[in-house]
Design a protein around this ligand. Structure first.
Ligand SMILES: Cc1cc2nc3c(=O)[nH]c(=O)nc-3n(C[C@H](O)[C@H](O)[C@H](O)COP(=O)(O)OP(=O)(O)OC[C@H]3O[C@@H](n4cnc5c(N)ncnc54)[C@H](O)[C@@H]3O)c2cc1C
Length: 437
């Protein structure tokens, strides 16, 4: 059995190595957040536990907005500059548009670099292929057990879990950063994520930029002209109750574009769940129904042909995590367990704020922990009560801001699907969002 019970008073176990988990791991170990004595925090040892074995490069386009950038600068110095080299500037907000995987990969590279340091010196351990199995809150700490994902354990094992498939960790803090279907939420007895009746397809397509490329096809020829247009060549179209977006990243990654298509089901369709969707063909016919003329139909067929089929073949249910009403439960954490990112508050992606909110969560949590347990008090282990109070402070600080944005994003998304014109945020609201925390 792999056992990592040493220095429990300094162990933070994070479930989920998405944007929230990765950025928190970096913020706790190498961010620029100083304690009141102006020192770096050198207290925490982070165990980042991820259910996937491999980090796949799928996902949608991602707007890294100014508030997300501000938080990331504190969590992982230099990373925003790195990402700005890859992405495209968004004039309306001052943010950067890139692939979701660009952001994840940049964070992951830093985590892997820290995790690969010699034994005993690394502040982060990355455990992949594990699922949360059990959580036991004791006086000494939160005992967390994970089980190696059986399906792939033999084929692609990154971490050898000794003679057993279990990984046991003792934590002073357990963080659920495991996304919209969070197992930590389940453990806390919180309501599951709610389906919005929207399905979505996400995919990427590659168009050989050169016509003479042997890999070029007639479909690539149809779409190649869009490689000369910097961004959103087919625009974001709102017709009836649907929208789709087609983004172009060619300036920095030649030939790669990203497609996101959203479709809101009526209640009858939703009740039949997704069985009606014929993989692959349904997104194409849905998009064709959006087209105004034969040229667009041709382009959509070309998109369907060139798309990375893994994405195109899987309609994804768009879900949200509803923050509890003012019933005293607030954020949903309990004791020395708390939630971060989508696990706490997955919002509708109406204005692309979910990732930035996750980074804000991480930076606020780091600041609170640093303020309370910074390295000037390194020799004193935080007590159970002190940790509980710190997590409460983090949740109370985040709740009003996240709730306000959650409601805004819900209303905007619903209006879009009802074909009501949605105006951009007014100046006051956008300043409030983009100034960040
Ligand atoms: C179409 C679309 C467009 C978007 N556009 C934007 C945008 O432009 N800007 C923006 O800021 N946000 C955007 N978002 C939102 C943003 O992508 C999410 O809010 C963000 O990725 C959430 O990060 P996370 O780490 O909380 O969750 P996730 O990215 O879901 O990561 C969770 C991780 O936990 C792992 N995990 C799950 N269960 C377990 C388990 N039981 N044990 C261990 N590990 C587990 C998962 O494998 C995953 O790696 C968009 C979302 C969508 C759907």
């Amino acid at each position: 059995m792999a056992d990592a019970t040493a220095s429990t008073s300094n162990n933070v176990v994070i479930v989920g190595a998405g944007l929230a988990g990765l950025s928190l791991a970096l913020g706790l170990t190498s961010g620029t957040i100083k304690n009141s004595a102006g020192k770096d925090n050198d207290r925490w040892r982070v165990h980042l536990v991820e259910k996937q074995f491999n980090f796949s490069r799928t996902g949608a386009t991602f707007g890294l907005q100014p508030n997300g950038q501000k938080a990331l600068k504190e969590l992982a110095p230099g990373i925003v500059e790195e990402l700005n080299q890859v992405g495209l500037f968004i004039p309306q907000s001052g943010g950067t548009m890139l692939g979701w995987w660009n952001v994840r990969d940049a964070l992951l590279a830093r985590v892997q670099q820290e995790a690969s340091k010699p034994d005993g010196t690394a502040k982060i351990s990355l455990h992949t292929g594990y699922l949360l199995q059990d959580v036991l809150d004791s006086e000494d700490g939160v005992n967390v057990t994970f089980q190696k994902h059986k399906k792939q354990a033999d084929s692609n094992s990154i971490e050898q879990a000794g003679d057993s498939n279990l990984l046991t960790l003792q934590a002073s803090i357990l963080i659920g950063a495991d996304g919209v279907n969070s197992s930590v939420r389940d453990h806390l007895g919180l309501p599951k994520a709610k389906w919005t009746n929207v399905v979505m397809w996400r995919s990427r397509l590659y168009i050989p930029p050169n016509k003479d490329d042997p890999k070029s096809t007639p479909a690539a020829d149809i779409l190649r002209p869009y490689l000369d247009i910097p961004i959103v060549p087919l625009g974001v179209r709102l017709r009836g109750c649907t929208n789709y977006a087609f983004f172009n990243f060619h300036q920095k990654t030649p030939g790669t574009m990203a497609l996101v298509a959203n479709y809101k089901l009526d209640q009858e369709q939703a009740d039949k769940s997704m069985q009606q969707f014929v993989p692959g063909t349904s997104v194409q016919s849905f998009l064709e129904a959006q087209a105004d003329d034969e040229k667009e139909v041709q382009e959509i067929r070309a998109m369907a042909e060139l798309c990375d089929h893994d994405g195109l073949h899987h309609p994804i249910k768009q879900k949200v995590v509803v923050l509890p009403e003012e019933d005293g439960k607030g954020w949903g954490g309990k004791g020395r367990i708390t939630l971060l990112g989508d696990a706490a508050h997955a919002l509708r992606p109406a204005s692309g704020q979910g990732g930035s909110m996750a980074f804000e969560d991480a930076v606020v949590l780091c600041r609170v922990l640093q303020k309370k347990f910074g390295s000037s008090k390194q020799d004193q282990a935080p007590t159970k009560t002190e940790i509980e109070q710190a997590l409460q402070e983090y949740e109370n600080t985040r709740l009003p801001r996240v709730r306000k944005l959650w409601v805004d994003q819900w209303e905007r998304a619903e209006a879009t699907y009802k074909n009501i014109t949605v105006k951009p945020w007014d100046e006051e609201f956008s300043n409030w969002v983009f100034q960040g925390v």
